[in-house]
Design a protein around this ligand. Structure first.
Ligand SMILES: [Zn+2]
Ligand SMILES: [Zn+2]
Length: 173
């Protein structure tokens, strides 16, 4: 497992220990391999992958049914680290027997103390879209830019300024 993932795992499990999660649960979570999501993922920042064919219903599922957890590489960048900790904790809540985001999952997830991390998550989504975009459709007036895979070719207006957007090269070039 990558060093940066190992460090993130250590931090999150240590915090869960302080939040009074049972030590046997923490030991089970520690055995789950962590890996990376595809580089071009923008909206998904973490995924819990259960073994194929396991019973996903509440009460039957446990950490032993998890094959691996994949995280976005940006989560270990210094600026996004607090959000990275929250995402891994979120995935660990899935690993502890909640496949979906139902009541059982939510009561567990709300134990995490850092509330600012969600805003950081939205910031990361925006930044990743810009990094992945071949083109930025930019308003010459208000300078707002919209990341896109294709050129706008002078076909679209800025909603606010009613002037044509221009094509600028994005981060994926
Ligand atoms: Zn989730
Ligand atoms: Zn504008």
């Amino acid at each position: 497992m990558d060093d940066s993932l190992q460090e993130l795992q250590r931090i999150v499990l240590e915090k869960m220990n302080q939040l009074d999660f049972a030590i046997d649960k923490i030991e089970e979570l520690q055995k789950i391999p962590l890996g990376w999501l595809r580089k071009d993922a923008t909206q998904r920042h973490g995924v819990t992958r259960f073994f194929p064919g396991v019973d996903l219903s509440e009460g039957n599922l446990s950490a032993k049914d998890v094959r691996k957890v994949d995280l976005h590489r940006a989560l270990v960048e210094e600026k996004y680290l607090p959000y990275g900790e929250y995402v891994l904790f979120h995935e660990y809540c899935h690993c502890l027997g909640h496949a979906g985001h139902g009541a059982g999952f939510k009561s567990l997830e709300k134990i995490w103390p850092d509330r600012k991390s969600k805003a950081l998550g939205r910031q990361l989504t925006t930044e990743l879209r810009h990094r992945m975009a071949k083109w930025l459709w930019t308003c010459p007036s208000c300078k707002r830019s919209h990341p896109r895979r294709r050129r706008s070719n002078g076909r679209f207006l800025c909603r606010k300024c009613k002037v044509y957007l221009i094509d600028e090269q994005g981060g994926a070039n």
